[in-house]
Design a protein around this ligand. Structure first.
Ligand code: ADP
Ligand code: ASP
Ligand code: MG
Length: 420
């Protein structure tokens, strides 16, 4: 039997009538002759509520218990989806991660797939079941504990199942009708793309475009999964939505193809750390051990280097991380200072920043993108706090209050509303 993976995100299963709407899409594919693996997210808002409860109970929580709590949202929708399909005379069975079992690493809240044995689900298909409804976002560690894959992780569950079961395609049903040049909720001029290259989507996702979890794009690229994003609210067919595919399948040739933003960033500066070998490792080692995901890093010679009061060579070290990891980062730095591993005068935290990025594989062979980007931001009087670049992207940190304005200004500056 040909097999499809269909994933429904939070807004697509937000209540019973939406679950029914999603189930109808599944039933249609079954009627066309497919076996279907359905991956479901928790109802929209549920995971945030569960995370909130964990944080209120224990600010520096034990990640094993965080996972025990937040994985539960998907269990509810998996069962409800199976029941809804049964009511429509579609033979369906639900699966929690441990029942498959979806084997993952034991990095709680950020686990990675190890293996997805097919036997149990294949046996159910052989019994005549047409649909396996799998709870997204969760897995099982080799210690036998429930794990989760990081926010947005159901996308990755979907791609991993598509790879494991050699699915014809992995369809990600969501609340927009495809992948756009930027978030259509931020820029009314955003344009839907028919196709986007894996590399570009990977970059956009890792820079904040939450339409797909980064890891899902990585897996799709590695295992050559045909990955498509489309609307769960509209009528769709085999040509709907946006296909994520290899670069050489794409006709459009823009230097910049998308703008991404990440709202929840924080900038931290360690003022006057010693400028000597080993300092960076003494700072970023403890941060990594504390589970802080450091993103941008800037080291700049402090003005105080030239003070009489500070004769030794000193530097300021600035880094960014997700805003909800600031408490962990501060504690890691304070502990490292108390233990005599680092020394600094002050730790300045700015929690009101956002990261804006432009992405495009065309940047590999075109100069001048940075200049055009900085010019567009300057024209709006937006100050840049930190800059970082790689082969196919440029990112800046700015005041969060200018985030939307910056996205729109960059979308205009690179004429993304026009087809190349
Ligand atoms: P789901 O709950 O279905 O997983 P998400 O909220 O995780 O949905 O992802 C879909 C959202 O991603 C859209 O509602 C949109 O606001 C946002 N988004 C960000 N960047 C883009 C983009 N470039 N194209 C489409 N959607 C985007
Ligand atoms: N429910 C999880 C989240 O909100 C996983 C997902 O929806 O992909 O992050
Ligand atoms: Mg999502």
């Amino acid at each position: 039997m040909p097999l499809l993976v269909m994933k429904f995100g939070g807004t697509s299963v937000a209540d019973l009538s939406r679950i029914k709407n999603a189930a109808e899409k599944v039933k249609r594919e079954v009627a066309r002759g497919y076996d279907v693996i359905v991956i479901v997210s928790a109802m929209s808002g549920k995971t945030n509520e569960l995370v909130g409860w964990v944080e209120q109970t224990s600010p520096l929580y034990d990640a094993r218990e965080y996972d025990a709590v937040v994985a539960s949202g998907e269990n509810v929708t998996a069962g409800l989806m199976a029941l809804t399909l049964q009511e429509m005379d579609v033979p369906a069975r639900s699966w929690q991660g441990w029942q498959v079992p979806i084997n993952t690493t034991s990095q709680h809240a950020a686990a990675r797939f190890m293996s997805i044995p097919r036997d149990n689900i294949d046996a159910k298909f052989a019994e005549g079941f047409k649909v396996a409804v799998v709870a997204g976002f969760q897995g099982l560690s080799h210690e036998g504990r429930v794990t989760t894959l990081g926010r947005g992780g159901s996308d990755t569950t979907a791609v991993a199942f598509a790879a494991a079961f050699a699915a014809e395609r992995c369809d990600i049903y969501t609340d927009v009708d495809g992948i756009y040049t930027t978030d259509p909720r931020i820029s009314p001029k955003a344009r839907k793309l028919d196709k986007i290259a894996f590399e570009e989507m990977l970059e956009l996702a890792s820079l904040g475009a939450k339409v797909l979890q980064t890891r899902s794009v990585e897996l799709a690229m590695r295992y050559k999964v045909r990955l498509r994003v489309l609307s769960s609210f509209e009528d769709t067919d085999d040509n709907s939505g946006t296909l994520v595919c290899d670069e050489d399948e794409i006709m459009e040739s823009k230097v910049v193809s998308g703008v991404a933003y990440s709202r929840d960033e924080a900038k931290l500066t360690l003022v006057t750390v010693e400028d000597r070998p080993g300092v960076a490792s003494a700072i970023f080692g403890p941060l990594s051990e504390a589970g802080v995901n450091v993103d941008m890093i800037v080291q700049n010679i402090s003005e105080k280097d030239y003070d009489e009061a500070h004769p030794g060579a000193v530097t300021d070290m600035t880094f960014s991380c997700p805003v909800n990891q600031v408490a962990r980062a501060k504690k890691a730095m304070e502990d490292a200072r108390s233990a005599g591993k680092i020394n600094y005068e002050d730790l300045v935290v700015d929690t009101d920043v956002a990261k804006i990025s432009v992405v495009g594989i065309g940047m590999r062979s075109h100069a001048g993108v940075a200049a055009r980007m900085f010019e567009a931001l300057a024209a709006e009087n937006i100050n840049i706090k930190v800059i970082s670049t790689s082969e196919i992207k440029i990112s800046v940190l700015i005041d969060r209050k200018y985030m939307e304005l910056a996205v729109q200004a960059l979308h205009d500056a690179f004429e993304l509303e026009k087809v190349a």
